[in-house]
Design a protein around this ligand. Structure first.
Ligand SMILES: Nc1ncnc2c1ncn2[C@@H]1O[C@H](COP(=O)(O)OP(=O)(O)OP(=O)(O)O)[C@@H](O)[C@H]1O
Length: 758
């Protein structure tokens, strides 16, 4: 919900800002000369901040040099050096970026008879003359910045004026330039006039301006109340209410994903600022900012809980390398470097992947039934000893009978501790049985005695038969090679045909010489997790989580058992054969069954006309998701029946290249080579999904890698071929159609898939 007083200035490239005349019947603000004054003051402030920042960067560099000379113990010198280098790198990131994007003026207060107004500039990170000095700019994650994102005319939360700054499009190497500003007056009770005094800009025309502002504030408050009654939010399908926000959302895209700190929306902010103990799942329409929310939440948590997260770690999981490359600059631009950003494959990697499973075997290995079979396979090693044991101890021999041993094996099994710990528990319980006998006969026994008995040959031999040491590779290799082992573990879990599909056609001689598939890594990780709990993270952000299989979810759950999760996804974009049917089910596999599912339905990427086309598919996808709406009224959509696909593609790309921004040509996977060749023959340079030729403005992409990505202009080649390439082809097509930021060209020689043809 926003109410705002437009106070923008039509300067060159002010992030697309134009001066808008006030609505009819309202007094014109005499803002042109005033605005120049305001801009001049703000530019001067920006210069002060820049100078302070430059000094801090230089100081940090000097400290690294000094830190390297620090004597003292090696470990702390190394830790200090690491800290200082990190700090210097953080400060030096993107040196020319604007240092603030917003300003908050809180309502006036009287302190010790003095009239005061608190003012804060909000930026990507804190700027101050030195660490102990009051900040010139506060970090967007600081508690007081919350009001910047949340304050509205209905709930101003003490904010009198929110100012947004428009900067000339920023790029590396060119200095920042402040070109516009926009004020929202939220403080109706005071008629919104107080800002002048605080600006030090009161003048003869101040009264008139105050009236204008008060009028607009009243009007927007009424508007908001009307909206609230009608159950709309203030942006009710009509685009962003702020020209600066609209310009940011509609700006052409080039290169990797950028942060959205300047324009985080209230419903996004609520997710970003949820606490470290809270797990949350976001069901978000395409382009509703799920990825952005996840990354900003990561940055928020690192800032707010530095000690806990430094100890426990934070991990971001994405679907593939292309996606990770695309998002890789967001966290560093927010000052958070060195955050692990991995695929699930990276998380569970233990061996090089040298084998490809059949589709049937892969699907079974991803199913949660596999976990049951693996647990049985591991615990098949645990057995009851056939005989009693006799442990020599000086002149005594202590005997424990087979029934007692069987009982303690059962007891340990019943505790549910990891297998490796279970083995040690069995050892100590057997020692306890022996100790009870020994103490009855020979008096108290020491810890050293207990240790010696525990390591004695008969006890070690007992453990080797009753609870042998287990290695994940052996357990999995035996299961996949030995029909009897498979049958025992899979009884009632996998039928005969499934067991055959799972078994290796040519078993290796031993676990050591086995070659492993990507799916096998999940199996190994599962068994490793049963033997010993893996180290976990304090927080894990999981993107495109609708596509995770139960076994992948379990791998993540093991690593976040004592931490929290941000789960991001869209069931309508679920394309894997094992994709989730419902979030509740997925969250259960992820170990956070109770986490709330929060919808985001406003799209910031896809223009309304394109969203409308894509939405036609949703009914055919069999998923329960709230409909998506676009915040963007701009954009172009063309659906064209063509005769010659190659020449039509070349023409579409040529036309796209006449305009600004990135261009993607998306085809069914098998058609990528032919499409790239056609473009090359026509003299158009192309990049590929793996980043080769990244300098080219045109990227040719197979439909299966575009999830999570976006391009200004998208050319979709033959939707029918994309839809029929895989069982969830319509879901894939939905993903493909929702990648365009500004323009979508759909080219087809064959009839469109049915839901689109209406
Ligand atoms: N509040 C915002 N202000 C400006 N831009 C935004 C905002 N929220 C999202 N965006 C932009 O919208 C685009 C889509 O965001 P993002 O990729 O996070 O969406 P998503 O929901 O993850 O999409 P998908 O479903 O395709 O994975 C990005 O360019 C992002 O920067």
């Amino acid at each position: 919900m926003t109410s705002h007083v437009q106070h923008t200035h039509g300067t060159r490239e002010a992030g697309g800002l134009d001066h808008k005349p006030p609505p009819e019947g309202e007094p014109a603000p005499e803002n042109a000369p005033r605005l120049e004054d305001e801009l001049a003051l703000e530019r001067a402030y920006a210069a002060v901040c820049r100078a302070a920042m430059t000094r801090r960067v230089d100081d940090a560099g000097d400290q690294v040099v000094a830190g390297e000379d620090v004597s003292g113990d090696g470990a702390s010198a190394e830790a200090l050096g690491r800290y200082l280098r990190t700090r210097a790198r953080q400060l030096a990131q993107e040196p020319d970026r604007p240092l603030f994007f917003g300003r908050l003026d809180f309502e006036d207060s009287e302190e010790a008879g003095e009239h005061r107004r608190q003012r804060y500039y909000v930026g990507r990170r804190r700027v101050a003359e030195h660490p102990a000095a009051p900040p010139l700019v506060i970090d967007w994650r600081a508690p007081v910045s919350r009001a910047y994102y949340r304050a509205s005319a209905l709930e101003p939360g003490g904010v009198a004026v929110r100012r947004r700054f428009g900067w000339a499009p920023w790029s590396h190497g060119s200095p920042e330039e402040l070109t516009g500003l926009e004020d929202e007056y939220l403080d109706h009770s005071r008629g919104g006039g107080g800002a002048d005094a605080a600006d030090g800009a009161a003048s003869a025309d101040g009264r008139e301006r105050r009236e204008y502002r008060a009028h607009r504030a009243r009007r927007t408050r009424r508007d908001e109340e009307k909206d609230a009654e009608a159950g709309r939010d203030g942006e009710g399908g009509g685009g962003a209410a702020s020209a600066i926000v609209a310009a940011e959302i509609e700006r052409p895209r080039l290169g990797p994903m950028r942060d959205i700190v300047a324009t985080i929306q209230p419903e996004q902010d609520e997710l970003v600022r949820s606490g470290l103990n809270t797990s949350v799942c976001v069901q978000g329409a395409p382009g509703s900012g799920k990825t952005a929310v996840g990354l900003h939440r990561a940055a928020y948590l690192l800032y707010t809980f530095p000690e806990r997260l430094q100890r426990a770690g934070l991990l971001v999981i994405g679907p593939n390398r292309t996606f990770l490359r695309y998002i890789s600059e967001v966290l560093p631009s927010l000052g958070e470097i060195d955050i692990a950003q991995l695929t699930v494959g990276d998380v569970v990697a233990r061996h090089p992947v040298r084998r490809v499973d059949t589709e049937a075997a892969a699907v079974l290995k991803h199913s949660h039934r596999m976990a049951t079979a693996l647990e049985r396979a591991l615990y098949a090693r645990v057995g009851y000893p056939a005989d009693s044991i006799a442990v020599p101890d000086g002149s005594y021999r202590w005997r424990v009978g087979a029934p007692d041993l069987a009982r303690v094996v059962d007891e340990v099994r019943g505790t549910g501790v990891p297998y490796g710990i279970g083995r040690e528990h069995l050892r100590s319980r057997v020692v306890t049985l022996i100790r009870q006998q020994a103490e009855r006969r020979a008096g108290p026994k020491s810890v050293t005695w207990a240790r010696r008995i525990g390591r004695s040959k008969p006890v070690a031999a007992l453990l080797e038969t009753a609870w042998p040491v287990a290695r994940p590779e052996e357990v999995v290799a035996v299961l996949l090679s030995d029909p009897a082992a498979m049958e025992a573990a899979a009884d009632g879990v996998f039928d005969d045909a499934e067991q055959r599909a799972l078994r290796w056609a040519a078993p290796p001689r031993s676990a050591k010489s086995a070659t492993w598939s990507a799916e096998d890594m999940l199996l190994l990780d599962e068994v490793a997790g049963l033997i010993e709990r893996p180290g976990g993270y304090g927080h894990v952000v999981v993107d495109e989580a609708q596509d995770l299989s139960p076994m992948q979810c379990r791998a993540i759950a093991r690593r976040s058992a004592f931490g929290s999760l941000t789960v991001l996804g869209d069931l309508a974009q679920a394309t894997a054969p094992w994709s989730a049917g419902s979030w509740r089910e997925q969250l259960t596999h992820l170990g956070k069954a109770q986490a709330p599912v929060v919808p985001l339905t406003t799209g910031f990427r896809v223009p309304a006309a394109v969203m409308e086309l894509a939405n036609r598919l949703v009914g055919a996808l069999g998923v329960d998701v709230p409909p998506a709406r676009s915040l963007r009224r701009d954009g172009e959509l063309a659906v064209s029946a063509v005769d010659d696909m190659a020449s039509a593609t070349v023409s579409a790309v040529r036309a796209a290249l006449d305009r600004e921004g990135s261009v993607a040509v998306i085809t069914a996977d098998h058609a990528v080579a032919a499409t790239s060749a056609a473009l090359r023959t026509a003299g158009i340079g192309t990049a590929s999904a793996d980043g080769v030729g990244a300098a080219a403005r045109v990227t040719v992409l197979p439909a299966t890698v575009v999830k999570g990505l976006e391009y200004d202009h998208v050319v979709v080649v033959e939707p029918a071929a994309i839809a029929e390439s895989e069982p969830r082809g319509l879901h894939r097509l939905y993903v493909v159609l929702t990648r365009a930021v500004s323009r979508l060209d759909v080219l087809h020689t064959r009839p469109l898939p049915e839901p689109l043809a209406v």
